[in-house]
Ligand binder design. Sequence first.
Ligand SMILES: Cc1cc2nc3c(=O)[nH]c(=O)nc-3n(C[C@H](O)[C@H](O)[C@H](O)COP(=O)(O)O)c2cc1C
Length: 193
Amino acid sequence: MAVGNRIGVILGSIREGRVNDRVAAWVIDQLSDHGFETRVIDPADPALLPVQIGDTEATTRLRKRMEGLDGFVIVTPEYNHAAPGQLKTLIDAVISEWWARPVGLISYGGISGGLRAIESLRIVLAEVHTVTLRDTVSFASPWRKFDEAGHILDANEAAAAEAAMAIFAHRLKWWADALAEARQARPYTPEAG
Ligand SMILES: Cc1cc2nc3c(=O)[nH]c(=O)nc-3n(C[C@H](O)[C@H](O)[C@H](O)COP(=O)(O)O)c2cc1C
């Protein structure tokens, strides 16, 4: 049974030379090892970048990219104790695509591992009717930990991150299945009438 296993992996950074690609590559590998199908949603993708200025065609492309997914995993850095503005704009650009979906949060940054970015996102993601996973995975100074292909260099750190990811993936699957079944059983919004 593969009910809720289609996951959109959303990147938080659009910065040139971003570390985001390395961390996201690791996350995608891990999700795949745990049986998920992934689809990357990258705000820096030229097809999606104009979402930042409210371009309707780009927003339609974003909707299509989010269509049919059972949940999302956001992989984001922390900028000034919050998530990057472009990630917030991408979240704000659509609405029903978020409804009744689980969102897992993976962060990175300096010594805090980007945890404040995660907490800043929970408020926003509640407003768009998602369920955020309590469990997170975070990385302090990932620029020292990951190679360009997204492998964690130190074996002990890799094992610790994989253990955290195993719990994260289990809970993501739990929520993705539960909400996929609930959405099939009845519409999330009340019938007009
Ligand atoms: C504008 C800006 C603000 C930042 N603020 C924080 C911060 O508040 N806390 C933190 O841990 N790191 C902070 N950093 C460091 C970033 O987490 C780090 O540069 C990270 O690599 C950025 O992700 P990216 O390379 O994928 O864009 C900041 C970086 C930038 C560019």
